[in-house]
Design a protein around this ligand. Sequence first.
Ligand code: TNX
Length: 615
Amino acid sequence: MKTTIVCLTVLILATSATAGVIPQPVLVEMRPGIFRLQAGTAIVAPPGVAEARQVAGYLASALAAPTGWQLKVSESTYPLLRHNAIVLGLSAQSAAPAQPEGYELVVTQRGVRIQSTTPAGLFYGVQTLLQLLPPEIESQTRREAGWTVPCVHIVDYPRFAWRGMMLDVSRHFFSKEFVKQYIDRMARYKMNVFHWHLTDDNGWRIEIKGLPQLTQVGAWRVPRLAKWGTREGPREGEAATDGGFYTQDDIREVVAYARQRFVTVVPEIEMPGHSLAALAAYPELSCTGGPFQVNPGSNFYEKVDNAFCPGNEKTFEFIDKVFSEVAPLFPSEYVHIGGDECFKGFWKACAKCQRRMADEHLSNVEELQSYLVRRAEKILESKGKKLIGWDEILEGGLAPNAAVMSWRGMEGGIAAAKMNHKVVMTPTNFVYVDYYQGDPSLEPSTFGRLLLSTCYRFEPTPEGVDPKLILGGQGNLWTESVPTPRHAEYMTWPRGLALAEVFWSPKASRNWDDFAGRVEAQFQRLDAAQVNYARTMYDVSVTAVRDASGKPAVRMSTELSGCDIYYTFDGTNPDSFTAKYGGEPVLIPGDASVVKAIAWRGGRASGRVVTAAVK
Ligand code: TNX
């Protein structure tokens, strides 16, 4: 009983203390008073540790633009607080010793101390400190604000080691500047793996010096704007002007930038399917021989051959050449080889594939894919890397040391973990941030449905598997329907905030209402940072149901609690004078063709009018 009361008190304190901090820290004790940051505040790094010094430099530069102060960074062993200083300390006995990325943050009226056993922990302590400063601290230009931090004692460490975000740069190309911004933003929420989906049917984005056609041809497609999947294919003689790629210098620059933010960049090179851009460059690697063109978003699947031919030795020479150049560019332990959604129809009709299957005693095309993945694993291992792939790599037999990224639900991940393989959980229904986050009538066209509150309910560790094998989870931003950086931000935030908290914070501290309040606080910070985000959590969701007697009805809900919902069936815009939703399904009256609904909160409209067809 006593412990329950103590825990509750800590939780309540935590909630009020860190009104804005995401992800929620493990333990927060508010204390009276504030620390005031000033032009003369010093930043002190431990002596002789380059990475810690660099974290101090990161803090100084994060503070410089909004405050206009260039705080001095020095090196010194100050294990304790120093007056008017932010002291970063590395010690073997930090308050979170068992957790290499953990930290302890103490803010007093005299000064600030961040203590960790690793520079990564110092970096995360810095992120929490930044979030305790006013939202204007996110501004890139000088702002007037009281630069104060509440006095507090925080002990914090992550739940999962793999806290990822994936960005698909093939369906639409994103500049290296934007990729860096994306990494910077995820790192602020303590995410630490950037999965870079570099190749697909719609563009090959990484320079491979020994295979120049990959980027000369494979990085470019004809320009189109229509809805993805309905676009017209390339016309005869039409110039491929849309696209881009990263040179190896660009890649090194992004990797170094990520490293300074303790983010590991995991490259994905898709095979055997999703490879039309590569085949446009080297058609001899296909079963049918081409010629092929990089796809601009038309419906070509199963009609055009987009898989490497596993019957052809040249495919393996190609994979070897690509990995020889990819492996040294990325310090990551893992290289992702894709493996998803491979259409194997052309393999069935290919003499070389049939010969391979006979020679290797493979009884079906799934085993043929598995043959390719196993060889890819050997090639990667010869270059010092481990293989990770989408859960289809389980089909036909999992390569001996492969890790699995489970996207078609959790089942693939569970099966892999039961075979003692490592797993990253990325199920579509919880982490696909390319899906609609609000009512499709109000949102830019895409597929699926994934609300912020659903992301927040994600539980990466399933029952009945060894939790040690679940490395963590990851949000995936596929970009078929994401043509611009602003829209990539809009799709990522705030759902990325929910995922960041799922991946970092203790399961027991999850609390949707409290989180929603902190999301609102983060909106102010994202505004100051000029990062785009979606306010769909303020909208109503309308679902078609049947009432108790089986007649067509609608159910309405809001993600935020404390909202009232008002609606109409006559086509007029609802407000607090129209019918109020009572919680039970509402019968669709007479010949009504639409229902319109809006949420009100705190005496005013909180979101947009949602219009749903009811006919
Ligand atoms: C499935 S997830 C895919 C992607 C698409 C995505 C769209 C996965 C491994 N494959 O190629 O972009 O759905 O949501």
